[in-house]
Design a protein around this ligand. Structure first.
Ligand code: ADP
Length: 438
């Protein structure tokens, strides 16, 4: 950056005008002086020569010259334009999406870009930084940088209107300039997204560890009991081994789901390329889930359109999606005794698959959070139903890869409908691989 401050625009000073005129008229003034001096030996009194030359020079210098005045006025106008124009450096900060404020040694704001106006509000002309920035940490940072002349930054967080984190950096712009011409730049770098990701990661690790720890603690407890008091108790051993197997299976399910999630995250940006016939896929999924459904006393009905509905996708992943949704509908909507799966293909609106149950439904406040990892409406009910709390998170990831959406509608007391909306269905072009449907 270069020196930014401009002199105020002004009409040329009278003294400056005369000096400029003297430079322009140097030759006639010189000739006049020689003539005046030459006239003295020729009989002119010195005072007459001086007075005569003075009158001549004064008239010459002060006589209005329209050309020069026009030039002077043009120069003044140019200076005025330069003073009012946005300095190229200010144009640069305006183009940045980083909230940026330029201020002087007295912490008066010289310029702020639109991003800074949005973040802290617009400063009135020549207002002090503290008119909008109230954080003591930022104001102390500003004072330190002005005193020491070295760049520094602090982290700043706000809770209102929403939780946000920023790195605020203050740096001198022109440290070599005269003290009263020094400028400083304050920038905000948004750390909110990075912080949110950090928190999600930590929460996820804490949740996953907790979920694994519970069955592990139970396994360890039973092992100790079997080694000690129940060593010779045949009936207790049989009972405990059954519980231990259940706990080990729970851990295995959890690990499988965690691995599924991490694999999906790795492939998040690779769009699937296969073709999936939704009617055939759903028929296959329902066939495999029928034993589980009948154990729960639930019947699964499938409503298919006449025409095959084919979407672009990964068949194994879509089987996972529909299995999860139908299994949930059977488990959590068990009291409704019926699950209805509908495939629809509306022109222009793409293919839809709806899994509807007639169970207790889900209260409104839970619906937006269902696809969060480990989120359950009722933790105990999920555990007894062999849930991991990761099923719908996996569904969400798979659908994101398929550019499809999950829409959940639920009426407490009447049941829930989970609809998968594919962006477009395509006509079937090749026979689908049979083996996966067997
Ligand atoms: P889980 O492994 O616990 O089933 P999911 O991610 O599949 O985890 O589902 C998250 C939670 O959403 C479940 O624990 C349950 O509380 C709720 N839920 C999912 N599907 C339904 C449904 N059809 N009816 C009522 N609640 C449901």
């Amino acid at each position: 950056m270069t020196e930014i401050r401009q002199d105020a625009a002004a009409e040329p000073h009278v003294g400056d005008r005369i000096a400029a005129r003297a430079r322009a008229l140097a030759r006639p003034l010189g000739v006049g002086l020689v003539l005046a001096l030459a006239a003295i030996p020729a009989g002119l009194a010195p005072w007459q020569a001086v007075a005569g030359y003075g009158a001549f020079a004064g008239a010459l210098l002060l006589w209005p010259s329209s050309r020069e005045d026009a030039r002077a006025r043009a120069r003044a106008r140019a200076r005025s334009r330069a003073a009012n124009a946005v300095h190229p450096d200010f144009a640069v900060i305006e183009a940045l999406d980083l909230p940026t404020i330029v201020f002087d040694r007295e912490t008066q704001v010289v310029r702020q870009n639109s991003a800074a106006k949005l973040l802290v509000g617009e400063y009135p002309d020549r207002a002090s930084l503290s008119a909008r920035i109230r954080s003591p940490a930022i104001l102390e940072l500003v004072a330190r940088v002005v005193a020491r002349g070295l760049p520094e930054s602090v982290e700043h967080s706000e809770r209102v209107p929403s939780e946000r984190w920023h790195e605020v950096r203050v740096a001198p712009v022109n440290p070599g300039a005269e003290p009263d011409r020094r400028l400083y730049v304050l920038t905000y770098r948004d750390l909110t997204e990075a912080r949110r990701m950090d928190r999600m990661r930590t929460d996820f690790v804490a949740n996953a560890s907790h979920e694994l720890r519970t069955p592990l603690a139970s396994l360890m407890g039973f092992i100790e009991t079997l080694q000690g008091p129940a060593r010779n108790d045949e009936a207790a051993r049989t009972r405990f081994f059954a519980i231990m197997l259940e706990q080990a299976q729970r851990m295995a399910r959890l690990i499988d789901d965690l691995l599924s999630l991490s694999r999906l995250e790795m492939r998040a940006h690779v769009a699937p390329e296969g073709e999936v016939d939704l009617s055939r896929t759903l028929t296959h999924v329902i066939d495999t889930l029928k034993p589980m459904a009948s154990e729960l006393g639930v019947t699964i009905d499938l409503a298919l359109p006449q025409e095959p509905v084919v979407v672009t996708g990964d068949v194994d992943e879509l089987i996972q999606v529909f299995s999860n949704l139908i299994e949930n509908a059977c488990k959590y909507g068990q009291t409704g005794k019926r699950v209805l799966v509908t495939v629809a293909n509306s022109d222009g609106d793409g293919a839809h698959v709806t899994v509807q149950d007639f169970g207790p439904g889900i209260a409104k406040e839970h619906v937006p959070r269902l696809t969060e990892r480990f989120y359950r409406v009722d933790v105990e009910s999920s555990r007894t139903k062999k849930g991991t709390g990761l099923g719908l998170a996996i569904v969400k990831h798979i659908l994101a890869r398929h550019r499809a959406r999950l829409v959940v509608k639920s009426v407490p007391g009447e049941g829930s409908a989970f609809t998968v909306k594919f962006s477009s269905a395509k006509p079937s072009s090749s026979p689908l691989s049979k083996e996966i449907y067997q």
